[in-house]
Structures are given as C-alpha cells and as structure tokens.
Design a protein around this ligand. Structure first.
Ligand code: 5GP
Length: 197
C-alpha cells in the first residue's frame, strides 16, 4: 500500500456473509490491540439493549439522515434492511486517518467497495468466511428457518466472489483461531506507530 494523502490511519473493514461472525470477531480483537476502535456508523434503526450512541452507531431519525446525506457528510450509504439506512461519516474517517488512529468496522459489501474506492491506501478489506455447515449451524442456533438458511447460503456463495477484491481472508469456523488470525493480520498490515522522542 502506498502512502496516503489522508494520513497514516487505517480502517480494517470486515465484510462477508451473515453468520460468518464479523461482529463477534471485531469485538474479540478490539480489546487485544492498542489504537484500534470501532467506527460508529450512522443508522436510522433503534438502539439495541447495551448499545451506546457514538460507540456502535450514531443513531438518528430519517430526517437527520437525509440532511447528512444532502450535506455530503457520508462517504457512502445503503438501505441495508428494508427502511433501515446506514451511512459512513466522512469526518470520522478522515479525522482518524489524519491523526493516525486505526479503526475497525463491519460494513456490507457495496458500501465497503465505495469506501475502498475513496481511500484506497487507508482501507484494508478483510473477507470473513465460514464453511457452509458452520454458517447453517449458526443460523439455526439463531432460530432462522430452513428456507431462509438455504437462501442465505446461496447468497453467501455469490458473495464469496468479493473475497478476490479483499486484501485478506479469514476463515471463521473456530472463533478463537479466527480472532488470533485477525489480530496478527491487523498487526502486520497497520502502519507503525510514530516514535515520540
Ligand atoms: P447492525 O444493525 O447489526 O449494527 O448492522 C447491520 C449491518 O449493516 C452490518 O452487518 C453491516 O454490514 C451494515 N452496516 C453497518 N454500518 C454500515 C455503513 O455505514 N454502511 C453500510 N453500507 N453498511 C453498514
């Protein structure tokens, strides 16, 4: 990766099919690494129990979301689930890059692609994958119907094609192993921290 005009900070974006365990892996590696925090993306969905405004997401109503969009404050935005919008705030990214702070985020494929196009030298795309039987078992444990499981497995196969455009792939069949792999990958790919005299 070349030197970025936006600064030394990087964002590690985890992409991949539902059930691959992106969120769990993100939460597992964050406390193990210095200078790595979650990018809080904007969303119009309601907060879930335990979530904090400004930590997992910036929670906002649709009118505010539209205003941010019109002001050009998002790098990208998507209707991820019906009538639930998500957007990546430009200022939060660019500030972190400039200050040399590293970020991690779970963003769906179309959005991740657009962020990579905007900041090619700051974005590391990490494809998180799990084998079909593991994905199916995780979905079953969440109470997903067999029909939905089949649909999502078919979609997962199609999404796998995107792995080719990513800098790295982590197979998350066994969560502890995958978390170790992701942690060492981040350590290897991030810029060295400046040494202060
Ligand atoms: P959740 O509501 O569970 O926090 O997020 C649902 C999904 O929305 C995530 O798995 C992620 O793929 C996607 N997502 C979160 N933030 C953004 C964003 O800023 N842009 C896009 N395009 N997708 C996002």
């Amino acid at each position: 990766m070349a030197v970025s005009p936006f600064g030394p900070g990087k964002i590690f974006i985890l992409v991949g099919p539902g059930g691959a365990g992106k969120n769990t892996l993100m939460k597992a590696v964050m406390p193990q690494l210095d200078n790595l925090s979650q990018l809080a993306t904007a969303t119009t969905r309601d907060p879930r129990p335990g979530e904090q405004h400004g930590r997992e997401h910036i929670f906002m109503d649709l009118a505010t979301f539209e205003q941010w969009k019109d002001n050009g404050w998002f790098v990208e935005f998507e209707e991820v689930t019906p009538e639930k919008y998500y957007g990546t705030p430009k200022i939060a990214l660019e500030r972190a890059f400039a200050e040399g702070r590293d970020l991690i985020a779970d963003i769906e494929i179309a959005g991740a692609e657009r962020i990579k196009a905007a900041y090619p030298d700051n974005v590391v795309l990490v494809f998180i994958w799990a084998h079909q039987d593991v994905l199916a078992e995780r979905m079953r444990a969440r109470g997903t119907s067999e029909k939905d499981i089949q649909e999502r497995l078919d979609r997962a196969e199609r999404e796998y094609a995107f792995a080719e455009q990513c800098e790295a792939l982590v197979v998350n069949d066994i969560q502890t192993q995958a978390a170790d792999e992701l942690r060492s990958l981040i350590e290897r790919l991030r810029n060295p921290k400046p040494v202060h005299a």
